[in-house]
Design a binder for this molecule. Structure first.
Ligand code: GLY
Length: 588
């Protein structure tokens, strides 16, 4: 069967299953931790799904106005880094659930010269933080402490990260790239259905805090489609940053406002936490997959290492022959993810605090060792899978992709963790603070909001960065840009990003099909496979259940905003994930 026919066959079968799955169940991953997504993937039209194409440059983000900001910067002569920084600040205004200056993230840069870079601007734990800060006197985890209290807030890194990227690789001034964000905050923007859907998830929480309600509710009532959201406080904060740079955020009035709010609400943040904050440049993690080079995020992200480990495990298997959504492809993907997530949760952490055995995890020997343990006809119970190197101690986020006319590419994922983070704003700063501390291990063996069961390797320590799953990624072919990809979605970011790659490389999908196609996800614990409606046909599901699999249907997750350079047409293909209806791919 040709690749196109296989896809169509899968789509038709999947559509039938979609109808049978009206009662999608939720997984054990907390509801608030899951992303807000658009309608169930448009399976009926997946075969016809086409990306936006452009010959020179492309920007794809989860909010259409931020995409336009990026395209305008490129048209004004800015490079991909200028556009990425402008988009980062614009999303903080027009996608306040996720775009942020109150959180942190990662940036992967591929320069047309061939150089690849990684920028870590992940939040850090306050200096007064302790490994047991989310437990009571009896050692039990206190629900909500790591997600809804001021103890949940890590020292934000986004402002220093964006400014550092601009200074090193941009060509424009901070004032130039921040001007569109400031205008959007000051003048406001009209809310569309996609924006309202996200705001609606936390209207009740907005009402709890007068300074939040004053901005994100309309005289106490939820905003409606067509209303204008004006954010004068955020505009003022952005103006201060544009004028004085990072120091106003880390040593000036913004730090003081956040510290004051933290002190008033039982948090731990101090001025020293802000003054000591730093971002870090390093080499991305990379691996080969079927002739492509995957360039991705190293620790404190687990994303790149885990994606690469999964790809190394599945490399010898004939995925193209098996086909998308087949019993074989699903089985071997689920098994590879199970083993790779067990390693993730056991061995990875902030490199400033732990030694990450990346070379071992990505070695051919390790992949072969895992393959030898995968049975062709049965699921491996997760209880039988341990971190496989032997003993050792131990929808919120948003992704965007930019490619400029010179072939520079920037892949950014940044987050405040839950949608609208901790749900609180310090004084009149106008931006939501993160609840990233939940990504640490509150207690070894106790799942976090994403159901991740992590060990002491990711325990809270003063000044440490929590282990992340964010996976901004660039894929090269023969040293040249091939794809820019990444997603929100907590632990599911890893499988979503990996699937966007294999959907193109193995299953022959175009960029739009690759991000729209229904997904699957296995993360070791809990021992189940999450699937979106339409991923499995009834026959495939029955065959896999016979092999020992348990499935949980989840409506939809992630929002992969991706770009591909089509090697035949030489056009850029931009794809806004159809689950994120507020987003847009645009180029020129
Ligand atoms: N806050 C989700 C992550 O960084 O993985």
């Amino acid at each position: 069967m040709s690749k196109a026919n296989m896809l169509v066959a899968a789509v038709i079968a999947a559509s039938a299953f979609l109808a049978a799955d009206a009662q999608a169940e939720q997984t054990s991953i907390s509801k608030q931790a899951l992303d807000v997504t658009g309608p169930a993937t448009t399976l009926q039209t997946l075969a016809e799904a086409k990306p936006v194409t452009a010959p020179h440059a492309m920007v794809v983000t989860a909010q259409h106005l931020a995409t336009q900001v990026g395209v305008n910067i490129l048209k004004q002569g800015g490079n991909a880094v200028d556009a990425a920084v402008a988009v980062g600040y614009a999303l903080a205004v027009v996608h306040p659930c996720c775009g942020n200056i109150g959180g942190g993230g990662f940036m992967v840069i591929h320069l047309a010269s061939g150089k690849n870079l990684f920028l870590d601007f992940r939040e850090k734990a306050p200096l007064k933080a302790t490994p047991t800060m989310f437990q009571d006197a009896q050692g039990n985890v206190v629900p909500g402490l790591s997600t809804k209290s001021f103890l949940a807030v890590g020292v934000p890194g986004t402002v220093m990260g964006l400014n550092a990227a601009l200074k090193k690789y941009g060509t424009m001034t901070l004032q130039q790239v921040m001007a569109p964000a400031i205008a959007l905050a000051k003048d406001g923007y009209v809310l569309q259905q996609g924006d309202i859907k996200i705001l609606d998830t936390r209207n009740k929480d907005f009402a709890e805090h007068p300074n939040v309600a004053a901005i994100f509710l309309d005289h106490g009532q939820p905003y409606k489609v067509g209303d204008k959201l004006v954010q004068p406080q955020l505009a003022r904060t952005l103006e201060l940053i544009a004028k004085d740079g990072s120091k106003v955020f880390y040593k000036g009035p913004i730090a003081r406002a956040v510290v004051a709010a933290s002190e008033q609400n039982g948090g731990l943040l101090t001025m020293k936490d802000f003054a000591d904050y730093s971002v870090a440049w390093s080499k991305p993690v990379s691996c080969e997959y079927r002739g492509y080079e995957v360039i991705s995020s190293p620790p404190p992200s687990s994303g790149g290492t885990t994606v690469c480990e999964i790809l190394q495990i599945i490399k010898p298997y004939p995925f193209a022959k098996w086909g998308y959504g087949s019993v074989e492809a699903t089985h071997y993907l689920a098994e590879a993810e199970r083993f790779a997530f067990a390693d993730r949760n056991t061995y990875l952490g902030d490199p400033a605090f732990v030694k990450n055995p990346i070379a071992q995890l990505l070695s051919p020997q390790h992949a072969a060792w895992i393959r030898a343990r995968i049975k062709p006809d049965a699921a491996t119970p997760s209880s039988k899978v341990k971190g496989s190197l032997g003993g050792t101690e131990g929808q919120h986020t948003t992704h965007y992709s930019v490619v400029d006319a010179k072939g520079n590419a920037v892949s950014v994922t940044y987050t405040i963790n839950f949608l609208f983070g901790v749900g609180q704003i310090a004084g009149d700063t106008g931006f939501f603070l993160n609840d990233e501390m939940d990504d640490f291990t509150s207690k070894p063996g106790v799942p976090n909001a994403f159901g991740l069961v992590q060990g002491r390797i990711d325990e809270v320590r003063p000044g440490k960065r929590p282990l992340s799953s964010m996976t901004p990624t660039v894929v090269l072919r023969k040293g040249k840009l091939f794809m820019v990809t990444g997603s929100p979605g907590g632990s599911t970011i890893i499988s979503t990003t990996m699937e966007s790659i294999i959907n193109v490389v193995d299953f022959g999908m175009n960029m739009q099909q690759a991000v729209d196609a229904p997904r699957m996800h296995q993360q070791w614990l809990p021992d189940l496979v999450m699937v979106e409606p339409g991923y499995l046909t009834p026959a495939t599901q029955a065959a896999l259940e016979k092999m020992g699999y348990t499935f949980k249907m989840v409506h939809a997750w992630g929002a992969d905003e991706a770009i591909l350079r089509n090697s035949k047409t030489h056009l850029l293909e931009g794809a806004n994930d159809d689950r994120r209806t507020s987003g847009l791919a645009a180029g020129y």
